[in-house]
Design a protein around this ligand. Structure first.
Ligand code: SF4
Length: 214
């Protein structure tokens, strides 16, 4: 029995985690918490741009050109790791290579949250097709380039670690603390989260207690 099976036998099935939740948690644990626990997703110009872009690639379908078969909007899952998601694009090459391609509207950050999402997609595809997926791709609309993501042991460990952290948020039902750093400037959840207020804990405690003075 492999490790995930042993764990499932010991403690029951794992809660299902979406690959997008891994990406959100990698960006900011509180952002993932707001979406998971408070259904609090908020759009801004960047996320709307991303949604419009995904609508273009999210029409399910497939086509074959030369030696490459391209599948769009492919649902993926990994039963033992209890991960689910949707691949924007999966290329199946004539020589047997399978490559997940995630489309992003913004610039690519090497080692950033999108890498985790692609690594999770690769692990799901490996489980579904019983094959090896050693690399994925992030297509950045900002520079119109494909960026290769290597799915090595560290990338896989990061997926497992983040899945565990997301499950922790879901089971404890506790919102992680606000980071209140440079990430907040580019976060669509900023107004809902109020990171600066929460980071000033003394002032926040003073204001909160003043609310309940009779
Ligand atoms: S505003 Fe900052 S702390 Fe709040 S969810 Fe966004 S990145 Fe996280």
């Amino acid at each position: 029995m492999n490790e995930p099976s042993q764990r499932a036998a010991r403690s029951g099935p794992l809660a299902q985690v979406t690959l997008s939740a891994l990406e959100h948690h990698a960006y900011c644990p509180r952002q993932a918490g707001l979406i998971l626990l408070e259904d609090g997703y908020v759009d801004d110009a960047a996320t709307i741009r991303g949604t419009l872009m995904h609508q273009r690639v999210h029409d399910p379908g497939q086509e074959t050109r030369g030696a490459v078969r391209t599948l769009r909007a492919l649902p993926v899952w990994h039963d033992e790791l209890s991960l689910i998601g949707v691949c924007d694009v999966v290329e199946i090459h004539h020589d047997g290579r399978i490559i997940p391609i995630e489309h992003k509207s913004g610039t690519y950050t090497p080692g950033g949250p999108a890498d985790v999402q692609v690594a999770g997609q690769a692990m799901c595809l490996e489980a579904m097709f019983d094959c090896s997926v050693p690399q994925g791709v992030i297509y950045s609309a900002a520079d119109r380039r494909r960026h290769t993501v290597i799915i090595d042991a560290a990338a896989r460990a990061r997926v497992l670690e983040l899945a565990k952290a997301v499950r922790g948020t879901m089971t404890t039902m506790t919102l992680p603390m606000a980071t209140a750093d440079q990430r907040c400037r580019r976060c669509s959840m900023h107004d809902m989260c109020m990171p600066r207020v929460l980071a000033r804990t003394q002032a926040f405690t003073r204001m909160a207690s003043a609310l309940f003075v009779p």
